[in-house]
Each structure stands twice: as C-alpha cells, then as structure tokens.
Design a protein around this ligand. Structure first.
Ligand SMILES: Cc1ncc(COP(=O)(O)O)c(C=O)c1O
Length: 411
C-alpha cells in the first residue's frame, strides 16, 4: 500500500506542470505491479519474462524471431552490426553505402556511421512525413548495401515496393519501427518487412516499459547473431560447448559483442503493456479523430493546421499527434509553441527535424556539400507534436487543446 501511494505521488508530481502532457498515466498500477513482482523475486536480470515477451511479440507480429534489448537505440545498433557480421552471408563492408531519410532520429543514423558505412540522406515528403520510395531508388548505386527506413509516427512509405526492390538488389533493409508498433501496411505489421525491424518501448511510445526495445527477424542465423551480440558475443548453446571441448562451457565467446540486455523488470512491464496494444491503438485513433473533428467544426477553423493523411493501404498506430502549421504562420511558430507550452499543452518537435542541420552531422562531416532537404526543413519549421493518450480524451481536454491551438491567430 505504502509503495502504491509513493508511485502514484511521483507520477503526479512529474506530470503536474502540464494540463495536457505528451502521455498521461502511461504505466498503470497493474503494469507497475508486474515490475515490482520481478524485483521481489530477486531475479531482476534478463530471465523468463524476457523470453515470454519475445515469444508473444514474435507470434503477434507473425515473425519468426524477436530479441529484446534495453532500448530502441540498442535495437538499431544490433540490427546494423548484425548486418555486417562475418557469420552473415549477405553482409556489408566498411566503405559501402547506406541510405537514410533526412527526418530521422540520432540513433537511427549513428550505428550506420559507427559501422563504417558512408551515409547518403534522402528527403521526406512534408505531407506524409515519410519518404517517396522513388526518391530512395534514385540514390541507389552499386555500393549501396543498406537502407535504413524509418516508419514515422505510425505511418510508412510504400514499404512493400521498397522491400521488393531491396530483395532484388540484395540490399539489406532495416526498418526502424521504433515509433510505429502495431501499424500495418497492406495487412502486414510494419517492422516485419525488413531483414530486421526495430522497436522502442521508451516512455510515450506505442507501448512503454520506461526504457526497452526489440528486434525482429525471420532468419535463424540472424537471430543467433543478434542473441550473441546482445550478450558479450557469448554462446551458451550446448552444441557450441561440444564443438569446443577444451573451453569452459560457461564462457565461450563466438562473436564480437555488446551488453544491451534488458532487465526482466522491463520485460514484465512491457509484456503487460503489450496485451493492451490493440486497445491503445484504437483509443489513440479515436482521440485523434475527435480532436481533428472538433477543430474543423469550430467557427474559428480557417485551415490553420494540416493533419497527416493516412495512405490507402495503411492501418496506423499512433504514439503522438503530429500537426503542421499553415505556411503563412512560419515566423510565428517559436512564439506560438512558447505560449501553448506556458499554458500547459506539452509539445515536441517531429523527430529531430532535418538531421543534417544538427551540429553532430557537421562534426562527422556527413553532409560535406551542405545539401538542403526542403521537405524535412518544412517539417522542422512548421511541425510539432502533442500527446495522444491511451485513455479516452474528455471534452474538457479537447476544448483546452482547441483553445491553445487557436491562439495561433492571436500571435
Ligand atoms: C525513429 C526512432 N528510432 C529510434 C529511437 C530510439 O529509441 P530509444 O529511445 O528506445 O532508444 C527513437 C526514439 O524516440 C525513434 O523515434
């Protein structure tokens, strides 16, 4: 009882500042209880909950294998390093080329650079937030060995066309699906089109365990590589110990490695959240629709905002609600965001804007010709996100959001 009160109190304190935060009550008392039970069992490191969660995750997404890690960033790291592993038949080498969109997250990009790939950026479509597949294809050359595609905020490009293209050209497709667990394209889950698909369970993502991530794949060799990369390059397989009878079977290192294992606490919480994914997805879609309908029905509506349309074959799964300002307000965005934040509507940029404008890309000279990506820059200059909660939105909340958003006319 004591513990429960403390948790609720700390959650309230951290959310107090915002009347409409990015996520409200992301973890309920049942999720937290699952984590507490693991702590009380004394076995908090990776254990049976991780294994159960991986199996259930793979089954629901109709993929053969799933490997849990401590974050979505670690999932991207392992997917990239598995793609150049000596045990993989089709692998990239240092100096090969990779393509990534300019609207990306930092740790979608850096594993490619860290693994020695030469990165080329491609612009995104500001109306869909995602890439046009033809733009990627036009950048492919004989050295292109990897495409890192990010399914942005619950939607994707024509991923089926991209997958078929990559298969034909033997290009490794890594789908960074960290923002889009539960979304489907052509009735197939996003994240299962690529050679690897990655997921994040960070706070305010489609499901959360605080921190956490997953990688899915369909190839057994990839699965074994991912498992040993996750844990120091270790193998605890009985077959391996027979193969190396002179080594201590407890410590046989068959590959290079990291340590990016999750805690079993994270797996227990994520597993409980995962059971609610479809419910969360439905509520978020309904909440988004209610906010849009209410804005558009209001007498103050004058196309001040653009909302991302859902492509035909898509069934989205949202974590937040992206909003693009009408270009006539381009000089007002900063003041507008300051004002609505002050009133209690929490916002974030849409991913990190055009990543080539970030100082870290200059540090590593990733865009020496200073190419501008107009689509991503438009999203950076005009776009922002607000929360989409996993409980039904109230009229009070809708009116508050509307009051805040219509302030754009007064600035
Ligand atoms: C597209 C994308 N990839 C990767 C990540 C990294 O996930 P994590 O925060 O779990 O490391 C994020 C995080 O928000 C993301 O949006």
């Amino acid at each position: 009882m004591q513990l429960k009160n403390k948790f609720n109190h700390s959650i309230l304190l951290s959310r107090k500042k915002y009347r409409y935060p990015l996520l409200r009550n992301g973890l309920d008392k049942f999720d937290l209880k699952k984590g507490i039970q693991v702590i009380q069992s004394g076995h908090i490191t990776m254990n049976k909950h991780t294994e159960i969660f991986e199996k259930k995750f793979a089954k629901k997404l109709k993929t053969k294998y799933a490997v849990m890690v401590n974050s979505g960033s670690s999932a991207n790291l392992l997917a990239t390093f598995a793609s150049c592993n000596p045990l993989r038949k089709n692998r990239f080498k240092k100096g090969d080329h990779a393509i990534i969109q300019s609207l990306c997250w930092s740790t979608s990009l850096w594993p490619l650079v860290q693994a020695g790939l030469k990165v080329k950026f491609v612009d995104v479509n500001p109306l869909s937030l995602n890439v046009n597949v033809e733009d990627i294809i036009s950048k492919v050359n004989l050295k292109t060995k990897v495409i890192m595609i990010i399914n942005v905020l619950g939607l994707s490009c024509d991923i089926l066309r991209l997958k078929n293209f990559c298969r034909k050209k033997k290009i490794i497709l890594i789908e960074d699906n960290c923002e889009s667990l539960g979304a489907k394209y052509n009735e197939k889950y996003l994240g299962t089109y690529g050679d690897f698909g990655t997921f994040s369970f960070f706070y305010s993502h489609p499901i959360t365990s605080g921190e956490g991530g997953m990688i899915v794949c369909n190839d057994k060799e990839d699965y074994n590589i991912l498992k040993s990369l996750r844990s120091h390059g270790w193998s605890r397989n009985k077959k391996t110990s027979k193969k190396y009878p002179n080594l201590d079977p407890r410590y046989i290192f068959v590959n290079s490695g990291f340590n990016v294992r999750p805690l079993d606490i994270q797996a227990a919480i994520a597993l409980n959240q995962f059971k609610k994914l479809d419910k969360f997805k439905k509520i978020r879609i309904e909440n988004r629709k209610k906010i849009i309908d209410s804005l558009k029905k209001d007498s103050k509506w004058k196309n001040q905002f653009h909302f991302i349309e859902v492509p035909l074959k898509m069934k989205p799964s949202y974590m937040v609600f992206p909003i693009i300002l009408n270009p006539k307000f381009k000089n007002k965005k900063k003041q507008f965001i300051n004002e609505i934040e002050k009133r209690g509507l929490q916002t974030r940029p849409i991913i990190s804007g055009s990543f080539v404008n970030q100082p870290a890309t200059s540090l590593y000279k990733l865009n020496p010709k200073k190419i501008r990506f107009k689509g991503a820059e438009k999203i950076e200059k005009l776009g922002f996100v607000i929360g989409l909660h996993t409980t039904k939105i109230s009229n009070i909340e809708i009116n508050f959001i509307k009051d805040c958003l219509f302030l754009i006319d007064k600035i």
